[in-house]
Write a protein that binds this ligand. Structure first.
Ligand SMILES: [Zn+2]
Length: 324
């Protein structure tokens, strides 16, 4: 009996006070960086990058089983950085490197392919990914990094072609919807409406995950206006929202006031906790590690049951993993 009690005390004392017992089953927003991509992004030519092995260690320390790895290939076509020579070759190499990394952990990691959807090679790369056993699972687009201007009909038409093609290949889409901050693009309810009417309407057959609760990390009034368009659509049972999920990746910041946290929790309830996914983002520093990210998310004034639902949500594209 004494032994049993001691064991229980040891178990309880190893649970950090800020961490619930139920860690997320899946981290739905992760990234790996090849050494070349890390050098490009950081400017440090000796950057080691972030490998699948690095990520697995961090997931293990957070008690998270699986992660959706969003390829960083799009950053080779980043709009606000000077163009690189042989850009498309780098895009292919980054997608292929990411595929090789996740293939080492088939029961833990799954990758989505990526590229800048405004580039001339966009449809060619999507077709190539659709035939790759590791990359055919889905597509990640980053409207901010790629400078997709949702107020520009030419940009919207190009992205619509990519969406229609992804729908044809049955590839789900994760989208960082928030437009470019570097290029000071407008963002809010009007741009969210363009996404709903022009782009979501083009993908009736695939799941769509809107990253960062329709923002870009943190939570401001522009993000809240954009998200309001989607919560209104959900409230009126708009059919275009039926396959839409939201990840709450790096939405909670350490400096946030209780009012901010209340506002985010209220929006999460309007979305419905069953459609909200946990994500950590790239583990570029300890505050972004999955364990810290889940602790931050739990600062939201959600009930234990609501947190449990978010932690156990599994979107269709993260099912049917290999069993070792
Ligand atoms: Zn991300």
């Amino acid at each position: 009996m004494r032994f049993v009690l001691c064991t229980i005390l040891v178990v309880l004392s190893t649970l950090p006070a800020t961490q619930s017992a139920q860690a997320p089953v899946i981290d739905c927003h992760q990234h790996l960086f090849s050494p070349a991509a890390a050098a490009l992004v950081t400017g440090n030519p000796n950057s080691p990058g972030i490998s699948a092995r690095n990520l697995i260690e961090l997931l293990d320390s957070a008690g998270i089983q699986r992660a959706l790895v969003l390829s960083m290939a799009y950053t080779w076509g980043k709009a606000s950085r000077a163009p690189v020579a042989n850009e498309y070759e780098h895009v292919k190499a980054e997608n292929d490197w990411t595929a090789q990394q996740v293939a080492q952990y088939p029961d833990r990691l799954r990758a989505f392919c990526s590229f800048n959807p405004l580039k001339s090679y966009a449809l060619e790369e999507l077709e190539r990914c659709s035939k790759n056993p590791q990359l055919h699972y889905g597509l990640k687009l980053h409207f901010g990094n790629s400078d997709v201007d949702l107020d520009n009909p030419t940009d919207v038409a190009k992205v619509k072609k990519v969406f229609e093609a992804a729908n044809g290949y049955h590839m789900p889409i994760v989208v960082h919807l928030h437009t470019s901050i570097d290029n000071r693009r407008k963002y809010g309810a009007d741009e969210a409406r363009v996404f709903l009417n022009e782009l979501l309407a083009a993908v009736p057959d695939v799941q769509v995950q809107i990253a960062h609760l329709a923002g870009s990390g943190g939570y401001d009034s522009a993000t809240d206006s954009a998200l309001g368009v989607f919560t209104d659509a959900i409230a009126r049972h708009d059919a275009r929202m039926k396959n839409v999920w939201f990840d709450a990746t790096v939405v909670v910041r350490p400096s946030m006031s209780p009012d901010d946290l209340q506002r985010i929790a209220a929006r999460i309830r309007q979305i419905g906790v069953k459609r909200v996914l946990y994500g950590s983002d790239a583990p570029a520093s300890p505050v972004l590690y999955p364990k810290a990210g889940w602790a931050a998310f739990q600062r939201l004034p959600l009930t234990t049951e609501e947190l449990r639902v978010v932690a156990t949500n599994i979107p269709p594209y993260m099912r049917d993993f290999a069993v070792r």
